[in-house]
Design a binder for this molecule. Structure first.
Ligand SMILES: [Zn+2]
Length: 295
């Protein structure tokens, strides 16, 4: 797996995701492999922006009362991320939100926690404590079901989705701007990564996606956890793909097919385009099989 990796931002996501699963994230943080990463600023709508670098997409709300930042990628990129935010607005950072605990979304916590308090679901705190993270890496304000931040004329709605990508996921909706940051409840670039060992579930993941689809206006602008700025139509296609995958694998399991047989049969030509560097069709099928046979 390591052999295939090159130094694109996507690969860095893969390396850090891979290494973070084995607890080596801190060694990556010292790596010079972030040297060539640029932080790109993309306007989502009104005063909400998406920052692309390496790792999970960052969301930024810019108001005359300060900035709100969703996720913070990796420590070696922190100053570049801060400069990119300054290019949007000279206002200071007011709040930070972690959509979940994974290292490619929280890696900059140790830097940004000195600028503003971090908000996250209670399980983000538990998971980061479990990884032995230092105090300045941890969220200061935690919640169970969600909370609402009222800043300037924006209403930032944080909603927890249990047992989805992990057990710590929050989706963030900017009501006035009508922009949704899904965290890793949406991999725009392909099959989702679902962290079964840390509270994730394929059915819980689909339920979260379906709930978000039902609640969001049709013209919502979506910042996905990974991939490009997108819309509800693409999110619906993602939901349809997951729904089809669960139904197909359930059916094949019921027929008594083995893992190897299911991998050979696959999902069919309509779904080939959802394979990407980190989550191939085979890896996605293995996640489905592992979860659907676990109870
Ligand atoms: Zn993640």
């Amino acid at each position: 797996m390591i052999k295939q990796l090159k130094l694109s931002p996507l690969s860095l996501f893969s390396i850090v995701l891979f290494t973070s699963l084995f607890g080596f994230t801190s060694t990556m943080a010292n790596s010079s492999e972030f040297d060539n990463v640029n932080i790109e600023v993309i306007k989502a709508r009104n005063n909400v922006y998406m920052l692309k670098g390496a790792g999970g997409n960052i969301g930024v709300l810019a108001t005359d009362k300060g900035l709100v930042m969703i996720d913070d990628q990796f420590e070696p990129l922190a100053e570049r991320i801060e400069n990119a935010m300054q290019s949007i607005s000279k206002q200071s950072l007011k709040y930070i939100i972690n959509t979940h605990f994974h290292g490619d979304h929280t890696g900059g916590n140790g830097y940004f926690s000195h600028k503003a308090p971090i908000f996250a679901h209670q399980n983000v705190l538990e998971r980061l404590l479990g990884e032995g993270k230092k105090a300045d890496f941890l969220p200061e304000i935690t919640y169970q079901d969600g909370l609402v931040i009222h800043l300037a004329d924006e209403e930032v709605q944080l909603t927890h989705y249990p047992r989805a990508h992990t057990d710590s996921d929050t989706a963030v909706y900017f009501k006035q701007a009508n922009v949704l940051h899904t965290g890793d409840l949406f991999f725009e670039l392909g099959f989702p990564y679902i962290d079964l060992k840390r509270g994730g579930s394929v059915k819980g993941y689909l339920a979260a996606v379906n709930t978000l689809l039902a609640q969001m206006p049709d013209d919502v602008v979506i910042i996905p956890g990974h991939g490009k700025l997108t819309d509800k139509k693409r999110y619906q296609a993602f939901a349809d793909m997951i729904n089809y995958s669960i139904n197909r694998v359930s059916k094949l399991l019921n027929e008594g097919k083995t893992e190897q047989e299911i991998i050979i049969l696959g999902l069919g030509d309509n779904y080939k385009q959802w394979s990407w560097q980190f989550i191939s069709e085979e890896k996605w099928l293995k996640t489905l099989i592992a979860d659907l046979t676990s109870h």
